[in-house]
Structures are given as C-alpha cells and as structure tokens.
Design a protein around this ligand. Structure first.
Ligand code: ATP
Ligand code: MG
Length: 431
C-alpha cells in the first residue's frame, strides 16, 4: 500500500532537530520569566470571525492564507494564523484585561496557506509576548528588551537589525490612505498589479506598500510618506521611544515604509530582520495595538507585543552553528549489562545514577546482547561514559563491582564497588 506523506509545508520535527528547538524554547522561557511574563495557552481553532475582525478583511492573511472550514454544526472556524487575536480573545473573555496590567507570553503552531520555501511553511511556530494596560513607550522598550536579551543569549545579536517606525493612529492612517490612494491612481499605469492587487489598492492602499514585488516598490518612490500624516502625540512617543532605546543600548534603524501586514497595529511598530536567511528575512515582528481589544468587543485597552518565528530562528542557530554542544547531547551515561542475571542490578544502578545526578541522561541497555554490540550502542547513543556490569561465568550471587569507561578517549575502564558508581560517574563526566 502507498505510504501517506505529511501535508506540504507542514514539517515533522525529528529527535535530532528537536534538541535545537528545546534549547531555543528553554532559553526563551527563562528570559520571559526573568521579565515577569506569564504563560497563556489558548486554542488553535477559533471562530473565523475573530481573525477577520482583528487582522483585517483586506490583508494577505485573511484573504488568501487562512485554513478555514465549516465544522459539523456549520460554524466557520479557522486554524489560527497568528497568536495575538486568540490571546486577546482569551484574556478578555476571562476578565484579565479589566483595569489591570498584564504581561503574557505564548508559544505554539500557527497556520498560513503560503507557498512553502526555506523559512516559510504552512504550519510554523511562534513565540509571542503581549503586554496590556500600559501606554508606552516604556513598555514598548521593555518588550524589545525581551527580544534583545534573547538574541544576546543565543549569540545572534550581531546578525539581527531592529527596524522601527511609527504608523500613528487609525484616523491618521485613514487620511494617509486617502492621499496614497490618489497617488496610486495617478500612477496606476506604471504599477504591475494583478486584479487582486488593484482591488486592494482601492480598499486598503497601504497593503500596496507591503508588496514584495520589486516593480511595485520601484514605482512607489514618490508616494506620500505616512509619517507626515502622523499626529503630534504619536510623534512625541516615537521620539521618546528612540531616546529610551538608545539609553537601553538597543540599536535600531528607522524604516518609514514599515507598515506590517496586519491591520490592528498603531503607533510604534517594528521588525527584527536578518540577512542570514535569504528572502525570508523577518524573524520577529510587533508593535502597539491599542484599538484591538475594543475592536473585538472589549473595553478600550492599551496593548503591545511581538511574535517571533521559531523555524527561522532555529535555521539561524543551525546555519551559524550557535547551538552549544551540550544542548545537542541528550545522553550522558549508557549502562550495559552482560551475562546471566544482571538485568535487575543494571536497572537499579541506572536508577541510582539518575537519583544521584538528576541532570544526567542515563540509558539502561535493554534487550540483552553481547558485550561488543552493547558497547557499540553505547557509542552511537552519544553517551560520554559507559557503565558496565558484566558477569563472567554462571555464578548467581549479586555482582559486587562494575566498570566505568569513558567513551571519548582510550583510557581503560576502571573498576569500582557498585555502590560507589553513581558518585564516581559524575566525577568522571566532569573531567
Ligand atoms: P513575512 O514578511 O516573512 O511574510 P510576516 O510579516 O507575515 O512575515 P508576522 O505575521 O509578523 O510575519 O509573524 C511574525 C514572524 O513569524 C515573522 O517575522 C516570521 O519570522 C514568522 N513567520 C510568519 N509567517 C511564517 C511562515 N509562513 N513560515 C515560517 N515563519 C513565519
Ligand atoms: Mg507573511
């Protein structure tokens, strides 16, 4: 029978790669904890309406990238294409946002029906942080410090650039959209737009700015600049943001064309990009979204946050060889047992080593076998040390001694009392 394959653009993460993921996840989790952020988990499926109302009807995500379907009751549901909408829905539904400040984080799979390529998948994963109830720009800088500290701990700092912009209020952007629409109409003949993009130009002209088409970008040279439409309060915030970033030693470049692909953003927005991944250069995107909670039926709530693409970060870590060797070695000790009636003692000894040294990975050999074939397994497990319980002859009394052998050099195995082995193993591993 023909074997079934995974869905295109949806990856299996195999044991050898999951170690990189775990390294990244534990680093991220340690950092958000240090900043006082708490985890929130919310469903992967939501009502389609949630994403339409938050991300915006005329966006790439909602127009062409969502996995939407009717369930058995005829309700339109969608796999989440991003985390902010679900996070806001959950936090508001459970009263976490009312007159309170919240610092939250999440991680998990997201789904977008895009053309799969390196760094772009149909199921991908994000870390996100969201902060509620604070007007900024102090909190915006704090959130950026979280990301900056992550790059620092992962030793990726020098490969990432922070681009920032201020896109003002919804009212500012309405005015700007009018001006931009007029401009686009005046150069419509020069714009290499398909019918879709042409409709978009009328309904949501700012989406044209987001276009990755070089011909479109070239024609935008004289387009009106959003910042000229931004209100004075937002401009003041932007100046203060830049001052605080400098004071916090976070380097940035201003990108007046940065608008982000989701409608809910306002004021300060940003992206961290890299030139180490080819075309898929964005690793983290975020900003303020002070109108979103209200737009979803809650009370007016100040908010900001970012999302990091985990696959792209793992790709960076792998290509730049930034994953520490010890993170890639899950096994430290392999307990071999050779001969009759040693299984019971081997299981007990492996357990004693785990209890004595809770940070070690200890495999107890299963399935009997000759000394040499067990040693081979010990080597291929990646363990640094083998503990060998070996019975020679057919005596049935419990063994008194066992051997410890380093697998990364040719030093001969040393013999020890069994009771002394758990402590001894730790010493050998340290040397
Ligand atoms: P891009 O410009 O690359 O399409 P985006 O602006 O659509 O990115 P966001 O919605 O801001 O991305 O999501 C935040 C991060 O999630 C991105 O910076 C990126 O690292 C990651 N990401 C987005 N879409 C995908 C995808 N299809 N596959 C893998 N990672 C993704
Ligand atoms: Mg995208």
């Amino acid at each position: 029978m023909e074997k079934l394959q995974a869905i295109r653009g949806m990856n299996d993460i195999l044991p050898e790669n999951s170690l990189s993921w775990q390294y990244l996840e534990s680093t991220f989790q340690r950092i958000v904890k240090r900043f006082g952020y708490q985890e929130i988990r919310f469903p992967i499926l939501e009502h389609t309406q949630l994403f339409k109302r938050s991300i915006g009807e005329v966006t790439d995500i909602v127009e062409k990238e969502m996995y939407s379907f009717d369930d058995r009751n005829g309700n339109s549901l969608s796999l989440r294409p991003e985390g902010t909408a679900g996070c806001v829905r959950a936090a508001d539904q459970h009263g976490l946002l009312y007159n309170r400040q919240q610092r939250l984080w999440y991680q998990g799979p997201m789904f977008r029906h895009e053309r799969p390529q390196k760094g772009r998948y149909r199921q991908f994963h994000q870390f996100g942080v969201e902060a509620f109830g604070m007007s900024g720009p102090d909190i915006d800088v704090e959130v950026l410090q979280v990301a900056a500290m992550l790059w620092q701990e992962l030793d990726l700092e020098e490969f990432l650039v922070l681009e920032i912009n201020n896109i003002g209020s919804a009212a500012d952007r309405k005015e700007y959209s009018k001006a931009l629409r007029e401009y686009l109409q005046s150069i419509e003949g020069q714009l290499p737009l398909d019918d879709d993009a042409r409709t978009r130009m009328h309904v949501n002209p700012m989406r044209v700015l987001d276009s990755k088409h070089p011909g479109v970008q070239a024609a935008l040279g004289d387009a009106p600049v959003l910042y000229n439409f931004v209100n004075d309060d937002s401009k003041d915030q932007y100046e203060e943001l830049k001052m605080l970033l400098t004071a916090s030693n976070i380097d940035y470049v201003e990108n007046p064309k940065l608008v982000r692909g989701l409608d809910y953003y306002n004021n300060c927005v940003y992206e961290w990009t890299t030139d180490t991944l080819g075309a898929q250069s964005a690793v983290c995107g975020g900003g303020r979204y002070d109108g979103l909670v209200e737009q979803l039926g809650g009370r007016q709530t100040l908010a900001c946050g970012f999302a990091i693409g985990i696959e792209r970060l793992v790709l960076m870590l792998d290509t730049l060889h930034k994953i520490p060797e010890e993170a890639l070695k899950p096994i430290d000790v392999y307990v071999a047992c050779v001969g009759e009636n040693v299984t019971e003692q081997a299981l007990a000894l492996a357990q004693a080593i785990r209890e004595e040294q809770p940070d070690l990975g200890v495999i107890s050999h299963c399935g009997s076998g000759k000394f040499n074939s067990q040693l081979k397994r010990a080597f291929s497990s990646g363990a640094k040390v083998a503990v060998i319980l070996e019975r020679e002859g057919d005596c049935n009394a419990p063994l008194q001694t066992g051997k410890i052998r380093r697998l990364d050099d040719s030093i001969e195995a040393q013999t020890y009392e069994i009771a002394a082995i758990p402590k001894k193993v730790a010493e050998v591993l340290l040397n």
